[in-house]
Design a protein around this ligand. Structure first.
Ligand code: HEC
Length: 142
């Protein structure tokens, strides 16, 4: 899945569209090259990667290794809830009928236990900036 990221240009307000490839490395390279030019970029996948490694990786694994406690989040966009590889799925998640996109992930991750009482997913990300960064990272974790 490709994500179109639009960001203000340092050279007079034009918008530079950046199309993320499917490869994580390519995506992060583009981000690394462009990051110094904009201090106010809405979503930062590099910060998202750091957050993911600190707060999600232990349960969910990475793009090489599915999680043991949490299902793999690689390729999560467009996927039905609880259809990922690995992890322990609860009945509420299986029966939720959710198909993951930016909006549903944002809602769920902000308060999983409140959004889906009975879920086994224990980590909330209530901070909107951190959510943006995490979702930007999940978009390149395809
Ligand atoms: C302590 C382990 C643990 C941590 C840490 C954790 N999760 Fe989870 N996560 C789970 C479990 C278990 C499930 C399955 C929940 C269920 O079936 O109700 C889950 C489910 C999910 C789902 C739904 C997946 C699907 O296939 O439907 C998403 C999205 C998710 N977690 C994102 C995250 C993010 C982002 C983080 C880090 C901010 C995170 N999780 C941290 C254990 C964890």
């Amino acid at each position: 899945m490709n994500l179109l990221v639009r960001r203000p240009s340092p050279l007079g307000g034009a918008v530079i569209p950046v199309v993320w490839g499917q490869r994580l490395r390519a995506g992060l390279l583009v981000a690394a090259v462009l990051a110094p030019f904009s201090a106010a970029w809405a979503a930062d996948p590099i910060e998202g990667k750091r957050l993911y490694e600190m707060r999600c990786l232990g349960c969910h694994g990475d793009d090489h290794r599915a999680g043991t406690i949490g299902p793999s989040l690689t390729g999560i966009f467009g996927r039905k809830a609880a259809s990922g590889e690995g992890g322990v799925h609860s009945r509420v998640l299986i029966e939720s009928g959710i198909r993951w996109d930016d909006a549903s992930l944002r809602k769920f991750l902000a308060a999983p236990m409140k959004e889906l009482p009975g879920t086994n997913m224990p980590v909330a990300v209530p901070n909107p900036q951190q959510l943006d960064d995490l979702l930007a990272y999940l978009h390149v974790l395809q």
